[in-house]
Write a protein that binds this ligand. Structure first.
Ligand code: HEM
Length: 498
């Protein structure tokens, strides 16, 4: 027997032994699930890559077959009981983010990518103030000014002239400009771009397409993330917009550090996240500047994609379901009698139907639709009544909670009234688009404010019609974030007469 054959046979025997161990003696062997999933990553690769982002949806079927706890890889458990969500994602949880998974984003240093709960607490405490409810109210005029620009352009360039607008891009423009101005004191100016296009977000969306390949082949993610800027630009010209955003953040930080500079905060008129970060890290070295830039990129990308999608989902359903659109308009007229009136955030928050409509838009846009994997600490943990040994990766997602038929009957139906029935307040706990606990979304107050203001102003001013839109709602696949399949949402619009 040749040397190569011997090595091959040894490898084969090792693999078979490993599969046998995973299937029979592994501490998770007692949990039900597909056999192939328990022993090999091929199972997930099939649903993630070959079937393009279908794993999250397939998990629903697995729970129907195997029950509330399903083993989906040799060391991963997926759970379905909504109550388990708040056992995993809660304040002061000993479970930590899964390093292997979160390093795929190449944002390891940011509060989002930080695994250790203690490190995260420290980083997050610096940022919290910038996104508190109080700050949102203080900076309400800033958000209103972005929405002003949006509705003005829609009126001037699209309404009544028969030119359809890409709503997806328009919402992207208002969200990216808001979050960048809010966070850095500098707007990216996408609201002024032709067709509301953003190079950075187009690059982000392109990267998102590769996410599931990176998930199963993490070496590729590391290569892509650590390429020098010039090489990335050469190999992936479409992806360069996103890297430019990081470069831009670095320049802003360096600008702030230079004492002679006419600093952006002077123009901003409010403390930016970089001001706060530099107060916390007064003498940054190169490594710290890297970290600060990653925080900047995280905030903009996390704040744009999710809010944009929630706005698109709400818009499509409001236009497809006349009873929803009409009720919304009736309520908006109470605080905005004229088509060009502006209501304050406080007034909008007091509108029950608009609030219910937004909750339903958040429910069916999911936030992050894919897994939020967490690792059980060394001493193990009991979740949903089952004990999991240290090192087990436990996973839930908003999709499994938002489509729990006991909580949300006919869960695929867009029905804002489900949030208005007696005891509906108890449902709030299960709206987990922003996740929950200490790793909950940093920008949720800003996101709510944007949704209130954009929906109110757009629906009050314009009569809209979907343009060449197929099917109910928006067709998405799971690339961790929801990725739209088919045409992006487009509308024709005209200014209302009353
Ligand atoms: C509808 C809008 C939004 C939704 C549904 C949403 C959803 C989420 C979710 C589910 C997470 C947790 C991710 C995880 O555990 O891995 C998260 C984290 C985060 N979000 Fe949002 N988000 C939204 C808007 C925003 C906005 C406007 C900002 C910025 C201003 C933002 C900034 C962040 C940041 C920085 C994190 C990481 C937080 C941390 O780990 O400390 N998000 N978001």
């Amino acid at each position: 027997m040749g040397y190569a054959t011997a090595v091959l046979i040894a490898l084969l025997v090792y693999r078979l032994g490993l599969y046998l161990y995973r299937y029979t003696l592994h501490p998770l062997a007692k949990f039900p699930g597909p056999r192939l999933a328990a022993v090999s990553s091929l199972y997930q690769i099939y649903y993630d890559i070959i079937k393009d982002g279908q794993l999250t949806y397939h998990l629903q079927d697995l729970h129907k077959k195997y029950g509330p706890i399903v083993r989906i890889s040799h060391n991963e458990i997926h759970l379905s009981p909504p109550s388990a969500y708040h056992e995993i994602y809660r304040l002061n949880t000993p479970l930590i983010k899964h390093h292997g998974f979160y390093q795929l984003f190449n944002l390891s240093n940011s509060s989002f990518g930080t695994v250790s709960n203690a490190d995260h607490r420290r980083k997050r405490s610096v940022l919290n103030q910038s996104f508190s409810r109080r700050t949102i109210f203080e900076l309400e005029p800033l958000v209103q000014s972005k929405v002003d620009r949006l509705v003005q352009r829609l009126e001037d360039e699209y309404a009544g002239v028969g030119r359809e607008v890409c709503v997806h891009n328009a919402y992207q423009a208002v969200t990216i400009d808001t979050v960048s101005d809010f966070s850095f004191g500098i707007s990216y100016g996408v609201l002024n771009n032709a067709d509301f296009r953003s190079r950075a977000m187009e690059a982000f969306d392109k990267q998102q397409e590769a996410f599931l390949v990176f998930k199963h082949f993490p070496l590729l993610a590391r290569l892509a993330g650590n390429m020098p800027f010039w090489l990335a630009n050469l190999l992936m010209p479409d992806g360069a917009g996103f890297l430019e955003m990081e470069q831009d953040c670095r320049h802003q930080i360096q600008h702030l550090l230079s004492p002679a500079a006419d600093t952006p905060p002077a123009k901003a008129g409010h403390p930016t996240i970089f001001n706060r970060l530099l107060e916390a890290y007064p003498d940054p070295d190169e490594k710290t500047i890297d970290y600060l830039a990653k925080e900047g990129v995280t905030v903009v990308s996390a704040g744009t994609h999710t809010t944009r999608h929630a706005l698109c989902v709400g818009t499509v359903y409001a236009l497809q379901k006349p009873e929803v659109g009409e009720r919304l308009l009736r309520e908006l007229r109470e605080v905005m009698p004229g088509v060009r009136d502006v209501a304050s955030l406080k007034e909008l928050e007091s509108l029950p139907y608009l609030t219910a409509f937004m909750k339903e838009s958040l429910r069916l846009s999911y936030g992050v639709v894919g897994p939020l994997p967490r690792v059980v600490p060394a001493e193990g943990a009991t979740i949903a009544g089952a004990f999991f040994p240290g090192g087990t990766v436990v996973i839930m997602d908003s999709y499994i909670v938002h489509h729990n038929e006991d909580l949300f009957p006919s869960s695929h139906e867009f029905d804002p009234t489900r949030w208005l029935v007696p005891n509906a307040k108890e449902l709030d706990k299960y709206l987990v688009s922003f996740s929950a606990g200490s790793r909950q979304c940093l920008g949720m107050n800003l996101a709510w404010a944007e949704l209130y203001m954009v929906f109110a102003r757009v629906f009050r001013r314009f009569e809209m019609e979907l343009y060449e839109h197929e099917g109910e709602g928006i067709k998405i696949v799971e690339h961790w974030l929801p990725t739209v399949r088919g045409e992006k949402v487009r509308c024709t619009l005209k200014v209302r007469e009353v």
